[in-house]
Design a protein around this ligand. Structure first.
Ligand code: BMA
Length: 894
């Protein structure tokens, strides 16, 4: 939806310039460069070693020598770079690498001060992130101790810095060893997450919940345990003279299609009273300057807050993709003192309003997002970290995955709380791509010592810094206290068990929880979060009695998978907003090949099991349980990969289509999970290397703006049409009842006016009323939406489980032809070709579609991109489909 942007009128309201001089307090410095504010980057040639005094030194003597280190980085990746350890992602390296998390590490940098900062009046050493417990020494003097991987550390260093030969040294303590004594001393323990199976930490004294460090480092049910340490974000010296810009923010006071009322808010530190010139320019989303203004103002000594009102008439508002444009304005600020530039910086932001709809209605209490006044059904997935070692994540890797999310018609991602607050690049891309973000604070599960005021203070400082860093991003639409901590306490027996053991301590723990997640974090978000709503826990109902309630608030639904219930149970669960549900699958063959040789690929081989992390049971058995319920038995590991992906894709599709059909009762469907942290089995739709599993191809169809759902359950096929578009659609819908050989038993088309932003049930067809010639094992129902004569959405319902279908050989014909700069793959099926999967062995390629079903007599033409020549592609094309596993012995089917 393009908004009118003619007659832009704007002005700068000088009269309302507010100037408040307050007392001086050290606020985290914004990363501003240029002019008298200058930055020396201290990333680069660091060294690291295992100190000789560490108990591990005797066994790992080579690591006690100084080796070059990468900063930002992690000790695991530094050790790997020097081949001091095996690749943590290959084979079953994990157990043998646990000593690293129990050791102390020393990092060192020698440096000269850049010439242009030597005379600066202020020289601050800034660490953007340290994982986690460090003592920092500058030129032999201890200048700080750190205890939170999610915070920045700004350390005034002028008095210690020399022109030449400075030495910066960090001792990084083992997070386990640092916390273990205090945890072991507790008479009653707090429930943690996943105990280590490797013996590096006692199972009854888990330390992870006490550390402000990425929770997933301690092992999760989709990733390995690598309790890493490192200087994981940039290090620099920020120098300045008499005035320093600490924060710059564009506050949105009022916004509608007519007008945006904004304020440019500045926080400045001044050594003494002084006069400065501010130059502010606003560039519209096309980069055209729409405002330029100079203001002269007086700063008081110490901390100064400035508020400069701004107005934009007929603003272009930011929308999630699919609803409108991703309009982004840039505000350029230049601060001068006389002729001298103090600092120059640019802030990019989008103008949008976000509300969390919480109406009480006939079902309970709603949970849904309203953007610029328009209710939006959230479609997407949960995001986990992109790597065990964040320094390895390149912007291109993030972009490929976020782009894939957009391509699959997702409009929301939930950044789950067991990882870390993402890089600026991540949020910039989400703004550009129109992906709404549900941002958890970093609490992944279990119970934290929120009753400890020092712990809370540390979290509040972290929250404040992160909110200030991220509040300009229009993509962020929710701040959420934590993942699953409330439901764990209330529903998983954790609260009850502790109450039985020690009611006073339990009450203390719960009171701490309520203070941190009910009050402290809410206050920070309300005060600093630029109008973004706060939600105390997912799943939850904002601290109401019941935490994971289908009628109120958001829901995590794990009866399917964790509870082993049938996939059809998804159809009996109609939440207000489904923020987690999931099914596992193995990644594509080439990804499995990256960590295990073919000879080791079987569902119970040690290497395969090392990459199957589901810990609450046997993951491969759970996969087999779900495959066996619906599909033929896998005979080879390749079958297992194919069938696990098919089961995952069809299961999630069933749930997501049910959620979408239940709009407006249900207003979101975020499956678990979008991406992977390493190559292995998991709930992801995209694997570690960025390859789409069958699920992601399905997601592009089941999340399409216009969709049709034919959902068969208990002898009835319910057909619904869904539209996320904001205009009514004049369509037709087509219903066919046909068999696997192509015989059509019924074919009807009806006109359909699909109301904007709605879902409607079109028909209910019971098996009993199907045409007499129908047979349960060969007949199926095809529902389609038709626009201008073309099928734009399709859903197929089978009358019984796939393994009971009599699928014929579809007589597939495939041809590949070369076109200008790519290839085309033509496929034709004479009979029903169910669940086709195309690949080219080890040859890298990209196909415009995959994981598809062709109706009898149907053809499709796919774009194929590959660096390989035509002959190689023709020779290496492998086509899988379901009938192969049912008709032909599987051993010969791949
Ligand atoms: C959810 C998440 C994760 C977990 C996933 C799969 O509850 O919050 O903690 O990885 O389940 O079990």
């Amino acid at each position: 939806m393009d908004l009118p942007r003619s007659s832009l009128r704007r002005y700068f309201h000088k009269a309302c310039l507010a100037l408040i001089a307050a007392s001086s307090s050290l606020i985290m410095a914004a990363p501003v460069t240029g002019a008298t504010t200058r930055v020396q980057n201290l990333s680069g040639s660091w060294s690291f070693r295992l100190p000789h005094s560490d108990p591990a030194a005797a066994s790992y003597a080579k690591a006690t020598e100084w080796h070059t280190a990468q900063v930002p980085g992690h000790v695991h990746t530094d050790l790997l770079a020097h081949q001091l350890i095996a690749d943590p992602y290959v084979g079953d390296a994990e157990a043998a690498l646990q000593w690293i998390g129990n050791a102390t590490w020393e990092y060192r940098l020698q440096f000269d001060l850049d010439e242009n900062i030597q005379q600066a009046r202020h020289q601050d050493l800034v660490f953007e992130g340290i994982d986690t417990f460090a003592d920092i020494y500058l030129n032999g003097k201890k200048i700080a101790t750190t205890d939170n991987a999610f915070r920045r550390w700004v350390l005034p260093a002028k008095s210690l810095l020399k022109k030449r030969q400075n030495e910066l040294r960090l001792i990084l303590h083992s997070p386990i060893q640092r916390l273990l004594p205090q945890v072991q001393a507790m008479p009653f323990k707090l429930a943690g997450n996943y105990p280590s199976p490797f013996g590096d930490e006692p199972r009854d004294a888990m330390t992870g919940n006490f550390a402000r460090k990425p929770g997933y480092h301690y092992g999760w049910d989709w990733g390995p345990r690598y309790v890493s340490a490192g200087i994981w974000r940039a290090v620099k010296i920020v120098s300045y003279d008499e005035v320093f810009l600490q924060d710059f923010h564009i506050q949105q006071d009022r916004l509608n299609s007519q007008r945006a009322e904004l304020q440019a808010k500045l926080e400045l530190q001044a050594d003494q009273e002084t006069q400065i010139d501010l130059d502010l320019r606003i560039l519209d989303p096309d980069g055209k300057q729409i405002l330029s203004k100079n203001v002269q103002t007086q700063l008081g000594k110490g901390h100064n807050q400035l508020a400069l009102p701004l107005y934009i008439d007929q603003p272009r508002r930011w929308y999630p993709h699919g609803m409108g444009e991703q309009a982004l304005y840039s505000v350029r600020l230049s601060i001068r003192k006389g002729k001298k530039i103090i600092t120059e910086t640019t802030k990019r932001t989008g103008l949008r309003q976000v509300e969390l709809a919480r109406e009480k209605d006939q079902w309970g209490q709603a949970f849904g997002f309203v953007i610029n006044g328009v209710p939006v059904f959230a479609k997407g997935a949960n995001v986990i970290p992109f790597d065990m070692f964040p320094n390895r994540v390149k912007p291109g890797q993030i972009r490929a995955i976020l782009q894939s999310a957009k391509e699959a018609n997702m409009n929301m991602l939930r950044l789950w709380g067991g990882g870390y607050y993402e890089s600026d690049a991540f949020y910039d891309m989400a703004d550009e791509l129109g992906l709404m973000l549900w941002q958890d604070f970093m609490f992944g599960g279990g119970v934290v010592p929120a009753y400890d005021p020092k712990f809370r203070e540390n979290v509040i400082a972290e929250a404040r810094e992160q909110i200030l860093r991220l509040r300009s991003h229009p993509s962020i639409v929710l701040w959420c206290g934590n993942n699953e901590q409330e439901t764990a306490w209330k529903d998983w027996g954790i609260g009850q068990k502790l109450t039985e053991a020690n009611p006073i301590f339990a009450a203390h723990v719960w009171a701490g929880y309520q203070t941190l997640f009910g009050k402290d974090l809410r206050e920070q978000v309300t005060r600093l979060g630029a109008g973004v709503p706060y939600w105390s826990s997912s799943p939850g109902n904002d601290l109401a009695d019941r935490a994971n309630d289908s009628n109120n608030g958001d829901k995590h639904y794990w009866d399917v998978w964790a509870g082993s219930q049938a996939i059809e149970s998804y159809l009996s669960e109609t939440p207000r907003f489904m923020s987690e549900f999931g099914l596992q699958a193995w990644p594509v063959q080439s990804t499995v090949d990256a960590f295990a040789p073919r000879s080791e690929q079987s569902s119970d081989s040690p290497l395969i099991r090392a990459h199957q992390k589901f810990l609450a049971g046997d993951g491969n058995q759970r996969l087999l349980h779900y495959i066996r319920a619906n599909y033929p038995e896998p005979k080879t590991f390749a079958d297992f990969i194919y069938l696990s992906q098919l089961m995952q894709a069809e299961g999630i599709e069933l749930a997501a289509l049910h959620h979408r059909s239940s709009k407006p009762r249900t207003m979101g469907s975020l499956y678990w999970q979008l991406n992977d942290v390493w190559p292995g089995a998991s709930w992801s739709g995209i694997d570690y290397f960025g390859h789409w599993k069958a699920l992601h191809f399905h997601a592009r169809r089941f999340f399409a703006p216009l969709a049709v759902a034919a959902l068969h359950d208990k002898g009835i096929t319910r057909i619904s049409a869904v539209s996320d578009l904001l205009q009514d659609q004049a369509l037709e819908w087509r219903l066919r009842i046909m068999d696997v050989d192509g015989k059509v038993l019924r074919d009807e088309r009806l006109p359909l006016t699909l109301t904007a932003n709605s879902a409607i049930e079109l028909a209910q067809i019971s098996d009993a009323e199907l045409p007499p010639a129908s047979k349960a094992d060969t007949t199926f129902i095809v529902a389609e939406l038709i626009r201008d004569g073309n099928s734009i959405a399709r859903s197929i319902a089978y009358l019984q489980a796939s393994k009971q279908l009599a699928l014929p050989d579809p007589l597939l014909e495939a041809t590949i032809v070369a076109e200008a700069d790519h290839y085309r793959l033509h496929l034709h099926a004479t009979k029903l070709a169910r669940a086709i999967w195309l690949d080219f062995g080890e040859h890298q390629h990209s196909l415009s579609d995959n994981a598809l079903t062709l109706l009898p007599g149907e053809s499709i033409s796919l774009r194929l991109d590959s660096a390989q020549n035509l002959t190689t592609l023709r020779d290496s094309l492998r086509i899988r489909h379901l009938a192969q596993l049912q008709a032909i012995p599987a051993a010969t089917s791949h």
